[in-house]
Design a protein around this ligand. Structure first.
Ligand SMILES: *[C@@H]1O[C@H](CO)[C@@H](O)[C@H](O)[C@H]1NC(C)=O
Ligand SMILES: *[C@@H]1O[C@H](CO)[C@@H](O)[C@H](O)[C@H]1NC(C)=O
Ligand SMILES: *[C@@H]1O[C@H](CO)[C@@H](O)[C@H](O)[C@H]1NC(C)=O
Ligand SMILES: *[C@@H]1O[C@H](CO)[C@@H](O)[C@H](O)[C@H]1NC(C)=O
Ligand SMILES: *[C@@H]1O[C@H](CO)[C@@H](O)[C@H](O)[C@H]1NC(C)=O
Ligand SMILES: *[C@@H]1O[C@H](CO)[C@@H](O)[C@H](O)[C@H]1NC(C)=O
Ligand SMILES: *[C@@H]1O[C@H](CO)[C@@H](O)[C@H](O)[C@H]1NC(C)=O
Length: 579
């Protein structure tokens, strides 16, 4: 809970204090970082916005400026604190969390300093918009690799507000929004602010602001997707990589789901029980510790919330998500190129292992939010009739035969679970992830003239990020699940306790994936021929719908036609599902 350390010194004394740490100056600030390896320098906790506390709590981010009139030496040797959440220990979270961590090639000035600066990769973490932190992502191996392959690249990870502090909702909040305050989707506004800051200041770190690729996984990818669809990303990046975007649809700020989630949160803030003012005014007067208590007491974590649909995701608003995402058409060329992909068994991670009926499938389909968002009772009735019909057809398209379920390609093995487990996971994987990927590419990216590369990650040795796992899944039952590609992209397989053994095939695939990603950041194409020898990844076009199967035993281009009928069925009219 300590605010980022600000130390005031005269410039002449800093070297004796910090030794030979690398430095970067912006305005009156001098950031002193540290080396994380021979080739990589790190700057942590670099603020991009004013702390969103006191009067700025539940307000849009205010970009940080660096002219204070005093010389300030900023200790940037550590990650900044994480935004308030229940995943991270209490002493590592703070409301003063709007910071970046920056990893860059070491000794840039001695390097082949390219006049116009290095390509920049900006990471938005996943975690369902309720947990996550840039401190979970070590950029050292990725940047180190970028140096060795001759395309030195900067890695930046940005924090954004989460849960009730990032995505407030309910009637009072909606009233503030209606009165013109941009109080909705604060977490997404933080994403935008981070990208704006990078445009302004990344050159000071050796980066080229016109060569920014933004990438993210899960919620982080979803954030990128909506910023792209509503053109908010215009001028802030030229490329994007979306890993496993999908999940639950955005809801309106005052839907019954949204109101219930907000009311439950307010109910665990005793200080706000009897105030005469609005919820928002009351929250603005609380202490951070009282809010953290609220997160804990409201049990804002995957096990308590995600399984019943995530009530803290983005909301429909006026500018960032003005209507259901599937109805938005991005401007021509809003980005130049995109990589977008899914993992083979995305939804096994979210499928309750005790499922023994079609209940989960039914809940998922019938639980779709009102469509249109302000549906009248009769419109809602029509929608629910459609959804019942869709449910029937879905059960027919996904019969209860284990060899057709997820984890896919595991024959009739059921891992000791009821066969309905594989069936439910297959439906959620396709409805929640694959359908969105296919729709987004074919109906939104390609028509906007954005070149697309797509992938299917299927490595048999993949394991999920342990922090995102609830309960104790039966061994083998997750397949290549949600979040399991992250360690390959970051080159951190060997660092992670989840990964019991780094097989040679996994290690090689990880090298290839880092190369594809870094190549894309530098050239907007994954095939720059540098680094590992790897198969050519074909561009996805309307005439040639191909994607790259990323598998340590068999990385190869395949047709994007698997489960064509099933996935097309979900894409007939995504707005029925509120997407
Ligand atoms: C910078 O902060 C770290 C962690 O708080 C601390 O260990 C280190 O001594 C600090 N450096 C200086 C020069 O204060
Ligand atoms: C950096 O990359 C080189 C070449 O691949 C490798 O030998 C070295 O272990 C890497 N260092 C780090 C810290 O990742
Ligand atoms: C709020 O008001 C109710 C009813 O007047 C009362 O029972 C309750 O104790 C009050 N709660 C607090 C925290 O003051
Ligand atoms: C959810 O998980 C958290 C963290 O593992 C745990 O503290 C909490 O008790 C769990 N809550 C429920 C409702 O299972
Ligand atoms: C199915 O699961 C439910 C809930 O876990 C349980 O109560 C019920 O006994 C199970 N039914 C069968 C046939 O196993
Ligand atoms: C799986 O079981 C079904 C139904 O019992 C059967 O038709 C099919 O051949 C089996 N598939 C495999 C791969 O064993
Ligand atoms: C590699 O994967 C493709 C596509 O799934 C498949 O057709 C091919 O048989 C596989 N090759 C090997 C050697 O397993």
């Amino acid at each position: 809970m300590t605010p980022a350390l600000l130390l005031l010194f005269a410039f002449s004394t800093w070297t004796s204090v910090f030794g030979a740490g690398p430095t970067v100056s912006i305005g009156d600030f001098m950031f002193v970082g540290r080396q994380t390896s021979e080739n990589v320098e790190f700057f942590g906790g670099v603020p991009f916005a004013e702390p969103p506390i006191d009067n700025l709590r539940l307000k849009p981010p205010v970009l940080k400026t660096f002219s204070s009139g005093q010389h300030i030496v900023f200790n940037a040797t550590q990650f900044g604190p994480s935004c308030v959440q229940t995943l991270v220990p209490v002493d590592e979270v703070s409301e003063d969390c709007l910071s970046l961590s920056i990893f860059r090639p070491a000794n840039l000035e001695l390097d082949q300093a390219k006049g116009d600066g290095l390509a920049v990769m900006v990471w938005f973490y996943g975690g369902g918009f309720i947990v996550g932190s840039s401190s979970m992502y070590d950029g050292t191996p990725l940047v180190n690799r970028s140096v060795f392959r001759g395309t030195p690249t900067i890695f930046v990870a940005a924090n954004y507000r989460l849960g009730p502090l990032g995505f407030p909702r309910g009637d009072d909040v909606a009233r503030e929004a209606a009165a013109g305050s941009r109080v909705l989707n604060l977490g997404l506004q933080d994403n935008i602010a981070a990208l704006q800051w990078i445009q302004k200041h990344i050159a000071s770190f050796g980066g080229n602001p016109s060569k920014v690729t933004v990438f993210g996984e899960s919620a982080g990818a979803r954030a990128i997707e909506v910023l792209l669809l509503s053109n908010q990303i215009q001028g802030l990046a030229r490329g994007a990589i979306m890993e496993s975007t999908g999940g639950t649809p955005p809801i309106s700020a005052t839907s019954s789901t949204a109101n219930a989630a907000w009311d439950n949160f307010m109910a665990v803030l005793p200080q706000c029980a009897n105030t005469s003012g609005t919820n928002v005014e009351c929250i603005r007067h609380l202490k951070t510790s009282e809010l953290i208590e609220g997160f804990i007491n409201d049990r804002i974590f995957f096990n308590a919330t995600i399984s019943a649909g995530n009530p803290w995701g983005p909301t429909l608003d006026d500018d960032i998500i003005p209507s259901f995402p599937s109805t938005l058409k991005p401007d021509h060329g809003v980005l130049e190129a995109v990589i977008i992909g899914c993992n083979k068994d995305e939804a096994t991670l979210f499928t309750v292992q005790t499922v023994n009926s079609t209940q989960a499938i039914s809940d998922k389909i019938l639980g779709s939010p009102p469509s249109p968002p302000d549906a009248s009772p009769s419109q809602r009735k029509v929608q629910l009739q459609k959804l019942h019909h869709i449910l029937e057809e879905t059960l027919a398209l996904y019969p209860n035969i284990p060899s057709l379920g997820s984890p896919f390609d595991t024959g009739n093995e059921t891992f000791g679970l009821d066969p309905e487990y594989k069936r439910s996971a297959a439906v959620s994987t396709d409805m929640g992830f694959q359908a969105e990927r296919r729709f987004h590419i074919n109906h939104q990216l390609l028509p906007a003239g954005i070149s697309a590369f797509s992938y299917l990650f299927t490595d048999p040795d993949a394991v999920p990020v342990q922090d995102f796992v609830t309960g104790m899944p039966v061994p083998g039952s997750l397949g290549a699940t949600h979040s399991s590609e992250i360690f390959y992209v970051f080159g951190t397989l060997a660092e992670r306790p989840e990964v019991k053994e780094v097989t040679p095939t996994a290690a090689k695939l990880s090298d290839m994936m880092m190369d594809y990603w870094i190549s894309f950041a530098n050239t907007l194409n994954p095939n720059d021929g540098k680094g590992s020898t790897r198969p050519n990844w074909p561009e996805y076009t309307s005439n040639r719908q191909e994607l790259m199967q990323l598998n340590g035993h068999n990385t190869t281009a395949i047709k994007d036609d698997f489960r064509e009928r099933q996935i097309a069925f979900f894409n007939r009219d995504p707005t029925v599902f509120g997407y």
